[in-house]
Design a protein around this ligand. Structure first.
Ligand SMILES: Nc1ncnc2c1ncn2[C@@H]1O[C@H](COP(=O)(O)OP(=O)(O)OP(=O)(O)O)[C@@H](O)[C@H]1O
Ligand SMILES: [Mg+2]
Length: 291
């Protein structure tokens, strides 16, 4: 049975009981509008913990002033149903912002180096909001494990860095990106795409697949890998924020003229109409999105 909890105190009471019984708690932080990607996170949490908490909270502090906070899809009833179908024990969905940001709240977390480039460069306050809400959720839930998606690759590195730096006594797990049949990464924001833009967005998995193909053919220089990824994306995107290679742990960008010597991620962000999509592959590790 899945229980919907809207306040911190009852959630804590419920989880304290579980921990007393020696049960391991797993948490899956989300902004709701759940899709198959989220369901894969819940399935992974169930494999690793006996009590699974899915948090559903559209976190205001991770949205920029001109971003889509107000119009972000909110589908709580359906989300609770999906969590029920997946066998999650608890859904924590605060009714309003003040549950997690009560009056007087002012503390914010920064992870400056990991967030300097890529998403952090285009969304300057985003990861401060992410790191802050994730630590709040960890402190509220007290999980043994948290599960995140590698679609948001830099976010996973930020959370991992933060938990390590602050000695948060838990495990952080990242799972592979769940994709549509044509390779497009599932994302709640895909719902914003017009049918035409949805077609054009296939350029993203095409580009990433071209880069993986070049990698598998032995290409190790950054510039040609980026060029291979960029071409199909540029064909359909309204605009491209970046197509870049970075160190897969520190997220430091790799010079276009460099040769890749350590684990690297090729990450992209592009707009289709007003919808901004991100995706990535870890070179030498992730399969081509179009197989
Ligand atoms: N396609 C996917 N495969 C695996 N994990 C995913 C996928 N999409 C999102 N996630 C993960 O789900 C968690 C919650 O993310 P979030 O609720 O922001 O969903 P989202 O689809 O990324 O939404 P949005 O497109 O608005 O950012 C994150 O850990 C994120 O990486
Ligand atoms: Mg997201």
């Amino acid at each position: 049975m899945t229980e919907l909890i809207r306040e911190i105190d009852p959630l804590r009471a419920r989880l304290a009981l579980a921990r007393e019984r020696g049960l391991r708690v797993g948490v899956v932080p989300t902004m709701g509008a759940l899709h198959r990607g989220h369901l894969a996170l819940i399935a992974e949490a169930r494999r690793r913990a006996q009590v699974v908490v899915v948090t559903v909270f559209v976190n205001p502090t991770q949205f920029g002033p001109n971003e889509d906070f107000k119009k972000y899809p909110r589908t709580l009833e359906k989300d609770v149903e999906a969590c029920r179908a997946m066998g999650a024990e608890l859904v924590f969905a605060p009714e309003n912002e003040s549950v997690l940001y009560p009056p007087g709240d002012e503390t914010r977390l920064r992870v400056p180096e990991t967030t300097k480039h890529l998403e952090g460069a285009f969304r300057p306050t985003h990861f401060e909001g992410v790191a802050t809400i994730v630590l709040k959720l960890f402190n509220v839930v007290g999980p043994g494990v948290a599960v995140f998606g590698r679609k948001d690759y830099q976010q996973l590195q930020v959370v991992t860095r933060m938990a390590r730096d602050l000695f948060v006594p838990m495990e952080i797990v990242g799972i592979p990106t769940v994709r549509e049949d044509d390779g497009l990464a599932l994302s709640s924001r895909n719902a914003y795409l017009s049918p035409e833009d949805r077609q054009k967005a296939r350029g993203i998995p095409e580009g990433l697949s071209a880069a993986v193909a070049a990698w598998e053919a032995g290409e190790r220089h950054v510039q040609p890998l980026i060029a291979a990824a960029r071409l199909p994306i540029a064909a359909g995107a309204t605009s491209i924020d970046y197509v870049a290679c970075a160190d897969a742990v520190s997220m430091a960008p790799l010079d276009e003229l460099a040769r890749i010597e350590r684990k690297a991620v090729l990450a992209i962000a592009a707009r289709y109409g007003t919808t901004r999509l991100i995706d990535n592959v870890v070179l030498g590790e992730d399969p081509a999105p179009i197989g």
